[in-house]
Design a protein around this ligand. Structure first.
Ligand code: CS2
Ligand code: MG
Length: 402
C-alpha cells in the first residue's frame, strides 16, 4: 500500500472545490477535500509542489506518521493554506485505509455514539418577513435548529443574504466585491430580528445567528445581553477570531453561548479559548483544521473543558469534507451542532454522498471509507473558475472585517 500518485482535481460545479486524490501501487484510491474558498490555488500548489513529491513511495497505512511528517516536517507551520493541504492528504488517507479494510471511517474512529446528527440550515432574507418565511419552511421540513440572518435596513448588502434571487454564495465575483457595513445599524437591528423570530415561531427549536467577526468585545457583550431572553443556541463569531483574549471580555459581559473557530486551523489557535472556557462551541471543520487526525486532538481538548463541536459546513466545504465532519459528529462524546448549508444542484453531478439529510438530521451508513463517490469525468465538465470572497468597508470608506 505505497503511495503512487497524489493528484489535485479542481472543479466548479455550482461553486469551487479542490479535491485531492491519492492512489496506491495496489490500485486503492482515497479522496480528501482541501477547498479554501477564494484561495484554492494556494492549497493546490502546497499539495502538488510541496507535499506530493515528498510523499510518493510512503506507506499509506501510516496515517499518523504522514500527518507528523507534513506538520512537523514543515519549518513554516500552521495557517489555513498549510492546514487545508495537510487535511486533504489526511482525509484521503483515512478514506483509502477504511476502504482497504472494507469499513466506514466512523468504524475506525470507534463507532457510532448517537442515532443522528442535528444540523442547522441557513435561513435568510432581504426583510425580516422573508427570513421568517424561510425559517418557517425549514422548520416544517423537520429541522430542529435554524440560523437566521437578514439584511440590516439601510445597508445595500448583507453577510449571509443572497444577492437578488440567487442562491447565497459569498465568493461570487472574480475580484472581491466591496460590501458596506455599519455596526450601529446592526446593533439596532439584530435584537429585533431575534425577538421577531421567537415571537413568530416560538421556542421549540434551536436558534443561531452568525455575527461574522464584526463587533468589538464590548459591543458583543452588549448584544449578547440583549439576546439572552430569546435563548440562543449560539451567537457565532461576535468578534474577529484572531484575538483569543477578546472572548474573555465577551464572556464576562454575557451568558449568551458563543461559537468560534471557522477561520482557526490548529489546536494552538484555540488553546487559550478552550482551556480558559471562553467559548462554548468550536467551529473548526475537518477541511481547514489539518484533517481527521488533528480535529480529533482539538475535539478531545475541547471535551476536557466542556466545549462542544459546532463544525462549519458552509457550501465551501465539499461533500467529502462534510462526510469527514459527519464521521466525527457521529462518534465524538462532545457533539454540539453541525452546520449544513446544502449545495447547488450541479454539485451532485460530481459528488455522490452516502450520508442522508432527512427531517433536519443527518445519518450515516456503512459504506466503506468516507462514503462519497467522485465522478472525475463529470468534474472535467465543470472547469475551475476563480472566485473571490467580498471585502467590507465602513460608510466612511475605511476597511473593516468581513
Ligand atoms: C460562514 C461562512 O458560518 C459560516 O458558514 O461564516 O458562510 C463563511 O462566510 C464562508 O465559509 C466563507 O467562505
Ligand atoms: Mg460563520
Amino acid at each position: 500500500m505505497r503511495i503512487q500518485a497524489i493528484d489535485v482535481l479542481m472543479c466548479s460545479p455550482g461553486r469551487t472545490f479542490c479535491t485531492v486524490k491519492i492512489t496506491t501501487d495496489d490500485g486503492l484510491v482515497g479522496y480528501g477535500d482541501g477547498t479554501l474558498n477564494g484561495r484554492e490555488l494556494a492549497v493546490a500548489s502546497y499539495v502538488t509542489d510541496h507535499l506530493a513529491p515528498a510523499l510518493i513511495g510512503s506507506d499509506a497505512s501510516r496515517i499518523n506518521d504522514i500527518w507528523q511528517f507534513c506538520y512537523k516536517g514543515a519549518y513554516w507551520r500552521r495557517g489555513p493554506v498549510t492546514m487545508s493541504a495537510i487535511s486533504a492528504i489526511d482525509q484521503a488517507l483515512w478514506d483509502l485505509n477504511a476502504k482497504a479494510l472494507g469499513v466506514p471511517v466512523h468504524r475506525l474512529l470507534g463507532g457510532r455514539a448517537r442515532d443522528y446528527i442535528t444540523a442547522y440550515p441557513h435561513c435568510s432574507g432581504h426583510t425580516v418577513e422573508a427570513a421568517l418565511e424561510e425559517a418557517g419552511a425549514r422548520l416544517a421540513e423537520g429541522y430542529k435548529a435554524i440560523r437566521i440572518q437578514a439584511q440590516v435596513p439601510g445597508l445595500a448588502t448583507a453577510y449571509g443574504v443572497a444577492k437578488g434571487d440567487e442562491e447565497y454564495e459569498p465568493a461570487s465575483s472574480t475580484l472581491p466585491d466591496v460590501e458596506e457595513w455599519d455596526t450601529g445599524a446592526y446593533l439596532d437591528f439584530l435584537p429585533r430580528l431575534i425577538k421577531a423570530t421567537r415571537d413568530e415561531l416560538g421556542y421549540g427549536f434551536e436558534l443561531l445567528h452568525d455575527g461574522h467577526h464584526r463587533l468589538t468585545p464590548s459591543q458583543a457583550g452588549w448584544m449578547g445581553r440583549r439576546l439572552e431572553p430569546y435563548r440562543m443556541f449560539w451567537l457565532e463569531d461576535p468578534t474577529p477570531e484572531e484575538d483569543q483574549q477578546a472572548f474573555a471580555t465577551v464572556r464576562s459581559l454575557t451568558s449568551c453561548p458563543i461559537a468560534v473557530g471557522e477561520v482557526w486551523n490548529s489546536v494552538y489557535d484555540c488553546q487559550q479559548a478552550i482551556s480558559g472556557r471562553l467559548i462554548d462551541y468550536i467551529r473548526i471543520p475537518v477541511t481547514h483544521g489539518g484533517g481527521l487526525t488533528h480535529l480529533r486532538q482539538i475535539l478531545a481538548l475541547a471535551d476536557v473543558y466542556g466545549v462542544r463541536s459546532g463544525m462549519q459546513g458552509a457550501s465551501d466545504i465539499s461533500p467529502i469534507g462534510q462526510a469527514a465532519n459527519f464521521a466525527l459528529d457521529w462518534t465524538i462524546p462532545n457533539f454540539g451542532m453541525q452546520e449544513y448549508m446544502g449545495y447547488p444542484e450541479e454539485t451532485w453531478a460530481v459528488f455522490t454522498p452516502h450520508y442522508r439529510v432527512e427531517d433536519g438530521v443527518i445519518t450515516l451508513d456503512d459504506t466503506p471509507g468516507l462514503g462519497v463517490e467522485v465522478d472525475e469525468e463529470a468534474a472535467a465538465r465543470y472547469p475551475y473558475t476563480p472566485k473571490s470572497l467580498p471585502v467590507n468597508r465602513l460608510r466612511d470608506g475605511g476597511m473593516y472585517d468581513w
